[in-house]
Design a protein around this ligand. Sequence first.
Ligand code: SF4
Length: 333
Amino acid sequence: MKQYDFEEERVKQEIIKLGAKRVLIQLPEGLKPEGPYLAKVVHKTGALAIVSADSCYGACDLATTDAESLNVDLIIHYGHSKMLKYERVPTVYVEARATVGVEKVVEKALPLLKEFQTVGLATTVQHVQTLDFVREILLRAGKTVVIGDAGRANYPGQVIGCEFSNAKSIANEADAFLFIGGGRFHALGVALSTSKPTIVADPYEKTAYSIDDEAWKILKQRWACIEEAKNAKTFAVLVGLKLGQKRLEKALSIKRKLEETGKAAVLFAIKEITPESLMEFPTVDAYINTACPRIALDDASKFQKPVLTLNEALVLVNEVSWEKLCREGLFEN
Ligand code: SF4
């Protein structure tokens, strides 16, 4: 049995309903190995499948331009819930809900939660369907459970790499968070955006652990990065070219603010922000990234120059204090 529900029947029905002849399949990194299998599902309808082999980090990164240049009738975007309001190319979202059980790993997490009475729950779209069940387990263990529903994400309790309003909306009530899901990326976001102890229950690795030391390490790194950037004379403000990451107005605004503090600033348009691409500009001392805010945060040590998020840049230009930044979020859009 597959670890995710790829909703093959719904996908085929959508292709037939739309009369699509050419379909672009877009997958996040973890689901890329399923590309050939999912192409076969599309082929069963008689349509031609093209698998996008490029990176795809979120629903913000819809391959619309690629689809248009390939004359595609339909994009099937796997692994994320809908984010952009309008699509230039018809798009079907398959959230790829996980089929793996969470009961055992939540029970493993209980000893790590023993000092905390009220537990906030957070997860990715892959596991939102498990939250009621997880709540039952915690209630049986004598806990009080809170699940945020701030209305910005598609489901209560859901978090996205740069959108933690559900977790933040209950941070005052929760003594700690329990994050259900794999990887460290989203769990770190919960810890950093709520400043609350965060326990991870990872049903794929079948382990439960605290992410707090890692979050603390990142916080110290970010402080050091802002301090280093204060000495920079020339900045490049990065404008993302991915569909849901383009924030030209914000880039222009921070460029102006930097210039007002006596710094030189230039705009760079960029699709993929990598340490290698930024190394091509030795005369730039530091970067402000207005695209995906998580890039520099999770890979800070790989970049040779400071790369700040927009929110961090506001600390740099003395518009926001470090304390306020930590309270309101280092990276959220
Ligand atoms: S901007 Fe970054 S963190 Fe936010 S949804 Fe897109 S890829 Fe994920």
